[in-house]
Design a protein around this ligand. Structure first.
Ligand code: SAH
Length: 505
């Protein structure tokens, strides 16, 4: 029954504080501004009311109305999160909201946020204080409020020395520059203007105080004036996939690991799941019967070709001793890792992560001690390639193929599809992601660079008429990401090998 005045940080969702995440997770109501990062709102419970009071030009919500809204919901006894960019008390009008709450007798708490004044320069590689260059920093608003006759003494700010950080200063940058010059700052003083800092769109423009007025700065920007702006310790904008957007077509539960990897490399992942995993047609009865055959000694091998199959099968065998008498094969490291999650170590993982290699590995393994034909259980998707069961049967194996799950084509949100169409690259991690994506999104929404996890997926893409720009040498998520880095890194994205094939758009 408290109103929390919470700082959301400057944009990078990783800069949200633990306390902010905690109070968001139990909010009944979230009253938020136009946020740089909308995904932060996903941290609130699905049922929480979300109220956008973003002061978009043209439809402003008056501050008094926001105050009343907070008081009203606070009085009602709801847990209210008032989410604001950066820190709530740094030019965020959080103080006015706290005054209104205090006057109304509504309990409130403040959760400070990482302010853009400090974080944005840091992401641009500018330390706001630096030995020998700045012993102080002054944070000033460049926004002038017609209704309150307050003006900043810019000349005094100039004379104070040190770093000057200007927020909301884009519109008046020429006047700000001339007043700092009037206060005695040197025209050659380095200036950096950072637009959309801590976001994949971050742009740093470097100029001098004399050049600031005419420099093409786009809002929202943090303007840093002072000797420290002459330092260029760029790191964020130097990451190999910085500024690139990459479509991730994996099923929602698996997408996040790939997205996180891409994000760490500076890319903006656009998640458009082209596959969803649902129960098999028989509701899982066949899989349950097969699972009970494992401790009963019905199989010599359990052969797994996807993490989905691992999860669904292992959940049916809660007692680890069930696996005592059977050998386990995994097609690749992702499947092996899923097994490891159940404390099972695969007996066989082929060097190349394709069905043909798995088949060869199984046929080369030592025969079972019982002397009869080798018996294998193959739990897998409803629709899958026949290479493996056909090859095993041809070698005299008894193979039981059981449907562990079905892959279906999910609905794709129009907004996500639009972003996907404008992206730089798309990752396909299986043939069905290719087919499903093309069915729903269409050829015109395939970005210029198509990256496939392996040769089978690539063949499906080519058969569908796509130009495949890159195929992972190592058919894993890490291999796919490495291939993308090779293709996309460097200026203009030509850092890797020549891109021979392009998808027609
Ligand atoms: N309370 C916020 C500041 C609100 S004033 C904080 O502590 O960060 C809004 C101004 O902050 C913008 O006009 C811009 O100058 C700056 N700002 C906010 N987010 C920014 C970002 N991601 N990149 C650059 N500047 C940003």
């Amino acid at each position: 029954m408290t109103v929390y005045l919470v700082g959301a940080g400057p944009g990078d969702p990783g800069l949200l504080t633990l306390r902010a995440a905690e109070v968001l997770a139990r909010a009944d109501v979230v009253v938020h501004d136009r946020l740089a990062e909308v995904s932060l709102l996903d941290r609130a419970p699905a049922g929480a009311e979300r109220i956008d009071v973003g002061k978009t030009p043209g439809s402003p919500v008056a501050q008094e109305d926001i105050n009343s809204l907070l008081v009203e919901h606070g009085r009602r006894g709801a847990e209210v999160v008032r989410l604001k960019g950066g820190d709530p008390f740094v030019f965020g009008r959080g103080g006015e909201e706290a005054l209104a709450l205090a006057a109304a007798g509504v309990d409130f708490e403040v959760v400070p946020g990482v302010t853009s004044a400090v974080a944005v320069p840091a992401y641009a590689g500018i330390p706001i204080t630096h030995r020998g260059r700045a012993t102080s920093f002054t944070v000033v608003t460049g926004h002038r409020r017609a209704d309150l006759d307050v003006d900043t003494d810019w000349e005094a700010v100039a004379r104070a020395g040190g770093t000057v950080v200007v927020l909301m200063g884009v519109a008046h940058r020429a006047e700000i520059a001339s007043r700092l010059l009037a206060g005695g700052r040197d025209p050659g003083t380095p200036v950096a203007a950072v637009t959309w800092g801590t976001r994949p769109e971050q742009v740093t423009l470097r100029t001098t105080l004399a050049g600031l007025g005419d420099a093409p700065v786009e809002p929202p920007a943090t303007i840093v004036v002072g000797e420290v702006a002459g330092l260029d310790l760029a790191w964020y904008e130097r990451r190999p996939l910085f500024g690139r957007s990459v479509v991730v077509t994996r099923a929602r539960p698996q997408a996040s690991a790939l997205s996180a990897r891409l994000r760490d490399l500076g890319a903006r992942p656009v998640e458009v799941p082209a596959i969803a995993v649902v129960d098999p047609a028989d509701g899982g009865a066949g899989l349950a019967t097969a699972a009970s055959g494992i401790p009963a000694g019905r199989y010599d091998w359990v052969v797994l070709t996807s993490a989905n199959a691992v999860g669904r099968l292992c959940e049916l065998l809660p007692d680890g001793r069930a696996w005592a008498g059977v050998r386990v094969a995994a097609i690749g490291p992702g499947t092996a890792e899923a097994l490891a999650g159940y404390r099972l170590v695969a007996d066989l993982v082929p060097a190349e992560h394709v069905a043909e290699a798995l088949l060869a590995g199984l046929l080369a393994a030592s025969p079972p001690a019982h002397g009869g034909p080798c018996r294998a259980l193959l739990p897998r998707a409803a629709v899958a390639r026949e290479v493996l069961p056909a090859g095993l049967r041809a070698a005299g194996w008894e193979v039981e193929v059981v449907e562990a799950y079905r892959s279906v084509v999910p609905e794709m949100a129009p907004a996500a599809l639009e972003q996907a169409g404008a992206a730089d690259a798309i990752c396909f991690t299986s043939s069905s992601t290719v087919t499903n994506y093309l069915t729903v999104a269409g050829r015109e929404r395939v970005p210029p660079l198509v990256a496939c996890i392996g040769p089978v997926t690539a063949a499906t893409a080519r058969d569908a008429g796509l130009g495949v720009g890159v195929v992972a040498a190592d058919h894993t998520i890490a291999g796919l990401v490495a291939a993308l880095v090779g293709e996309l890194s460097g200026p203009g994205g030509s850092g890797g090998a020549d891109r021979k094939e392009r998808s027609p758009r």
